[in-house]
Ligand binder design. Structure first.
Ligand code: ZN
Length: 324
């Protein structure tokens, strides 16, 4: 028997953080020049997105794609109202991010020991100790201290991740002063039921902490998981222009959920994002040319559905070239 579902009670507006310049480019083989990165960020800033993850202050030997993050920060023209953020693995990175003028600084650690060791070569406990030092430096400088917990919905080494452990790590990060938490489906292992279970547990145990969903699409469930999160009231999402990023644990599989696809779905559902979709598609097209390979995003190929969208642009508008 068909019946009306919870889709009738969805939030009217969501906020999307664009992570392409960091999480996306970090996993691409082609390394863009500083000027190309600046052009990408400038293009994205024109779309109406309010938060852009600019780069990472990590060792250039580990992540050569992010070696010029300080220079990118120095040279981008800041648009008022946009949060330009960075991720850091340690205190030195945090100091560099502060010196570069990042508005928000995010630490990252994994919900599973094996993934944390493989990613940052230390135990979760050591990562939390590190996070405490970073928090002090970042908050002392008056910047927003943010945290992302990776592999919340499944670990490529350990499989299921106990929710109690995720909540415990989250509580520790909140005690350190994390203003927001991002829950990452880092390798695309989530499914809609699990997504709702995790976010409902956060709503119950940490009701005052804003949580953001960082979905991945390695197994094609990205947008289904976004919808599941939306149904239980999540309004903050990460996405990557063009769907760039890939998945380091599954070569060839898509990585981050594509921003245009996410925005397109929200707009068709009548949910506001504040993002101009045709402009965003133009950014993705420019990026596709720079990277020299087909991007995983679907809307860039299919175009915007055939009617006037919330941005008031007719369908043909997504075909126009916008220089970046
Ligand atoms: Zn990601």
């Amino acid at each position: 028997m068909l019946r009306a579902g919870p889709l009738s009670h969805l939030p009217a507006r969501v906020s999307i953080r664009e992570v392409g310049p960091r999480d996306g480019l970090q996993n691409e083989d082609v390394i863009l020049s500083t000027a190309q990165k600046i052009a990408l960020i400038t293009c994205l800033a024109e779309t109406g997105v309010r938060h852009i993850e600019v780069g990472a202050f990590v060792h250039p030997r580990v992540v050569p794609q992010m070696a010029d993050t300080a220079e990118v920060f120095a040279r981008i023209e800041r648009k008022p109202g946009i949060v330009y953020s960075a991720i850091v693995p340690n205190v030195k990175g945090a100091q560099r991010a502060i010196a570069a003028g990042a508005d928000a600084i995010q630490v990252f650690l994994s919900a599973s020991e094996s993934h944390n060791r493989s990613n940052v070569n230390m135990s979760i406990e050591d990562s939390l100790r590190q996070a405490a030092e970073i928090a002090q430096v970042v908050r002392g400088a008056g910047k927003l201290f943010d945290a992302v917990i990776s592999v919340v919905f499944g670990c490529p080494f350990e499989g299921d991740v106990p929710l109690e452990r995720v909540l415990e790590i989250a509580r520790r990060l909140v005690d350190l002063g994390a203003a927001r938490l991002t829950l990452g489906d880092t390798t695309g292992m989530a499914h809609p039921r699990l997504v709702q279970e995790v976010f409902l547990a956060f709503a119950e145990h940490l009701p005052r902490v804003p949580v953001r969903f960082h979905p991945h699409s390695a197994r094609g469930a990205g947008l289904a998981n976004v919808l599941a999160a939306l149904e239980v009231g999540v309004t903050r999402f990460d996405a990557s222009v063009g769907g760039i990023g890939g998945c380091p644990f599954a070569p060839g599989a898509p990585g981050n959920v594509c921003t245009e696809d996410m925005v397109h779905m929200f707009h068709e559902m009548g949910i506001e994002t504040g993002i101009d979709l045709p402009r965003l598609i133009a950014c993705a097209r420019n990026l596709e040319a720079l990277l020299g390979h087909e991007l995983p995003g679907q809307t860039i190929k299919a175009g915007i559905c055939g009617h006037l969208g919330p941005s008031g642009q007719p369908r043909a508008a997504d075909q126009r070239a916008v220089s970046a």
